[in-house]
Design a protein around this ligand. Sequence first.
Ligand code: FES
Length: 159
Amino acid sequence: MTLEEFREKVRELKNSGKYPVARSYILPALWIAEKNFPAITHEVMKVVAEELGVKPVEVEEVAEFYAMFHTKPKGKYVIRVCTNLSCMLCGGEGILAKFSDLLGISPGETTEDGLFTLEVSECMGLCDGAPAVTVNEERFLKVTSEKVPEILRKFGWKG
Ligand code: FES
């Protein structure tokens, strides 16, 4: 998506009249950006602010606050491993370590080929399936170390 195409999408969103105040469109606009750009850069935030008629700092605050938004370039697939209480008690830390070992990266890093970004997640509301992992929008529940290579292969890992 080009910046101009993105601008048009944000304009359409605003014109939908779904919400009473302009600020309410910041989150959905950032979701469009998250799905279509490697990172929500300052240029992207500027477009959101201009089209919604809000201050750039308001957009930046939202983009920086939520962990699901990436203001730095991310991989094609973002792997999020929950290590909060339920997941931790069910082995979440070990699952994170397994992803880290197989991919050769630490949490917060992206593989050299740009395929995977590994992240630690706060509770994702999937505690009944602990330990939980998401890859982009796909969920994996009751993940075991043995399942980790299988999950990675599904997304093109060649290891
Ligand atoms: S603690 Fe991991 S999903 Fe809730």
